[in-house]
Design a binder for this molecule. Sequence first.
Ligand SMILES: Cc1cc2nc3c(=O)[nH]c(=O)nc-3n(C[C@H](O)[C@H](O)[C@H](O)COP(=O)(O)O)c2cc1C
Length: 313
Amino acid sequence: MRILGLVGSARRMGNTEVLVTEVARAASALPPSVPPLDASRVPADTAEAGAAKADADTPGIVRLVRLSELRLLVCNGCMACAFRGDGQCPLQDDMEFLLAEMEAADAFILGAPTYTLLPPAPVKAWADRFIMALAREKKSAPKPAVVVGVAALVDWSRHLLPILNGLVMAYGFRLVDSMIAYAPGPAEVLLEHQNVSRATAAGRKLRLALAGQDLRPDFGPGRCPVCGSDLFRIVDSVVECGVCMAKGKLVDQVATFESRPAHRWEPEALRHHFHDWIRASGPSYLAKRPEVRRLQRAYRLNKPWWIRPPGDG
Ligand SMILES: Cc1cc2nc3c(=O)[nH]c(=O)nc-3n(C[C@H](O)[C@H](O)[C@H](O)COP(=O)(O)O)c2cc1C
């Protein structure tokens, strides 16, 4: 069994890393790194020694990757991955390594902090390459995944989990649980034990999903049941999730959905988007290209306006 955790924060041993670690530990039935509250009489160094021994006894089960340590280039929009049809990207970086790790994993954990309302740049760099994965034939049924978000403030992080949840589904995983913890300073989440126990609960759910149970997150009432968002577009009395397009109704002023509404991240919907929109846009663009090129020519005049930092060749 292999559990892959992607850590989207550059802070070593920061909040994201700590919680992803705890989800992974529980998913692989390892004891938590810190003693649970009811065992607070266990000295911390005894607990640490126990955790370290358990890790050493189970090599290779948990594999963690810090996205900020990888060389992930920015997608340049060439669309070769889609139009060649094989999902190969001309950029030479660590994306193939990452896709191979994701393919080989039996379960997946994605963790990220909130930076300016959204996940930070390395997560977006990874997210923007998802057409590579979309273009490749899926060799297995969707594997279970857990999302871990971290933020300083509730009102400054409402987009984080819905976006991370959607990304996990876009990459072909099935979401089993999704959690967020609030703390600004590095590893400060550890001061509230409920953060660790929530991560442990998510890891246990991942473990049950690995054993074949059909588990999903419970986002509660008034939220999109697919991605957990509470940011909706309302047209007449139809409520549409702003992230995953699941549709529901306003009932007594509360957004109300069927338990499994259709949404954009479903494998069939993604296949349709890839073949009938992304790939179809290639030939339709080629037919229009002579006219586009003619109109484009005028923009060459702007060349002298471009500036670069001093010393940049
Ligand atoms: C550049 C930067 C931008 C941030 N922007 C937000 C934000 O928009 N909303 C929020 O709730 N927290 C924000 N935070 C706080 C982080 O989400 C918080 O510190 C988090 O615990 C970091 O997790 P980490 O320790 O795993 O890196 C920001 C932090 C940094 C460094």
